[in-house]
Design a protein around this ligand. Structure first.
Ligand code: THU
Length: 139
């Protein structure tokens, strides 16, 4: 789904950096912040939250996807959809989402989700080609 207006990527990156500043990453020392536009007009964010049991670390995208649903106002409407996404590291530089998080983004943004990368703004379909998704389960 295409965003209704041109995306202010500078503002979205600033939101991601702000979220990154609140990350809990004492084990990796690698704070991450993510921000996204939603087709209902919201801007949502997330930060990574680690755990003493290292493998349980929650990526910034996990918090963002939780917020996608926890912060929705129209519970009876269609599921909210991501339209534009950015993610930054502790230096505030762009970070490409890990493989697992590309799959999370695919579920809620699909192939046309705009992703902010060092190589430019790219559709998620370029970052996750031949993706498995909800359509496969529908047969
Ligand atoms: N991390 C994210 O939050 N998102 C990604 O897409 C890549 C990795 C986090 C997980 C962990 O807390 C830290 O970065 C180091 O891997």
């Amino acid at each position: 789904m295409t965003p209704p207006v041109p995306v202010d990527w500078t503002a979205l990156r600033a939101q991601a950096r702000d979220a990154m500043s609140r990350a809990y990453a004492p084990y990796s020392g690698y704070p991450v912040g993510a921000a996204a536009l939603v087709d209902d007009g919201r801007t949502i964010t997330g930060c990574n939250v680690e755990n003493a049991s290292y493998g349980l670390a929650l990526c910034a995208e996990c918090g963002l996807i939780s917020e996608l649903f926890a912060g929705r106002t129209d519970n009876d409407g269609p599921a909210p959809r991501l339209t534009a996404f950015t993610c930054v590291d502790g230096a505030g530089d762009l970070l490409v989402p890990c493989g697992r998080c590309r799959q999370l983004l695919w579920e809620h943004g699909g192939p046309d989700l705009l992703v902010d990368t060092a190589a430019g703004i790219r559709p998620l379909s370029e970052l996750l080609p031949d993706a498995f998704g909800p359509g496969h389960l529908r047969g």
